[in-house]
Design a protein around this ligand. Structure first.
Ligand code: PLP
Length: 280
């Protein structure tokens, strides 16, 4: 069950090839994307996702995304969805064909949430720390590294996940050269200690997470203290609980870190998931 709408609003058969072989999104990963959770026909954090799509596009010097066209395209997918109550809605925006007229390629695709993600929401995941190999300080100095853009060049992120799988874990938490914690390949790291939630700042070259944003909004209302500041690996290991947050996985608990079982945080996980859900 998948639904595909092109940016001009036309519904297209997802089994039919629609991309040109010279599309720069395919040949160079030159484009940006978003993945949005839709529950009962309602997209979560659509505004922040479209904001981030625009920020990512600006970082890649792509033409500014036409927000109204994207909103229409999203609506077409939502209106044509006949699948389960939860959908992953992917927006893809590339530089378009290399030998074309310069028009970017854009489409939105709705698809069911993968079984692995659904299982991890309940059971949690084992994660390992892997180096990303740069200092947070490089973010300002080297904008061409596109740190903080959600670009289509995710081969490194996927390779990190395969590396973790080969070592018997399911997830990765990247660390910077200075030993600070960054993010997961497709998630934001959130740690909890007492009544404080913490996450790392986007200035360290990570994506600003929309799920983490929603969780922190709800948590603040419920009296939690939230902090967006650098986290050291020692603080991560000492935290009461470690979570990976992203749109489709919601708030997923890390039960094992670098092979060491963390304490049982199921009750806290339930509480934070309820807070996050209270936003919708
Ligand atoms: N960090 C990275 C690298 C991601 O790819 C994602 C989402 O896929 C996130 C963080 C979490 O972002 P969001 O909560 O907006 O889905």
């Amino acid at each position: 069950m998948r639904v595909l709408a092109m940016l001009d609003g036309t519904i297209t058969d997802p089994e039919t090839p629609v991309l040109r072989v010279d599309d720069l999104g395919v040949t160079r990963g030159d484009g940006v994307f978003e993945t949005i959770l839709v529950v009962d026909g309602k997209p979560r954090e659509l505004g922040p996702h479209l904001d981030r799509l625009a920020r990512s596009a600006a970082m890649l010097q792509l033409p500014e995304p036409d927000r109204a066209a994207w909103e229409r395209c999203v609506r077409v997918v939502l209106d044509n969805w006949r699948g389960p109550s939860e959908m992953a809605l992917k927006l893809v925006y590339t530089r378009g064909p290399e030998f074309g007229d310069g028009t970017p390629t854009g489409y939105a695709m709705g698809l069911p949430i993968g079984a692995k993600v659904l299982a991890a929401r309940e059971a949690g995941v084992a994660a390992i720390l892997l180096e990303r190999g740069y200092d947070p300080e490089i973010v300002e100095r080297a904008p061409w590294l596109l740190l903080g853009a959600k670009s289509l060049s995710y081969a490194v992120n996927m390779a990190a996940l395969r590396h973790a799988e080969a070592l018997g874990a399911a997830e990765v938490i990247f660390t910077a050269a200075d030993g600070s914690v960054l993010e997961g390949p497709t998630s934001t790291v959130v740690i909890a200690s007492g009544t404080t939630l913490r996450t790392t700042p986007p200035s360290s070259g990570i994506l600003k997470g929309t799920t983490q944003g929603a969780l922190f909004r709800a948590a603040e209302r419920a009296g939690w203290v939230t902090k967006v500041e650098p986290i050291t690996v020692a603080e991560l290991r000492d935290a009461e609980a470690v979570f990976l947050a992203s749109s489709v996985r919601k708030i997923t608990r890390v039960h094992t870190l670098d092979g060491v079982a963390l304490r049982d945080t199921s009750a806290l996980h339930k509480e934070l998931t309820a807070l996050y859900e209270s936003e919708y």
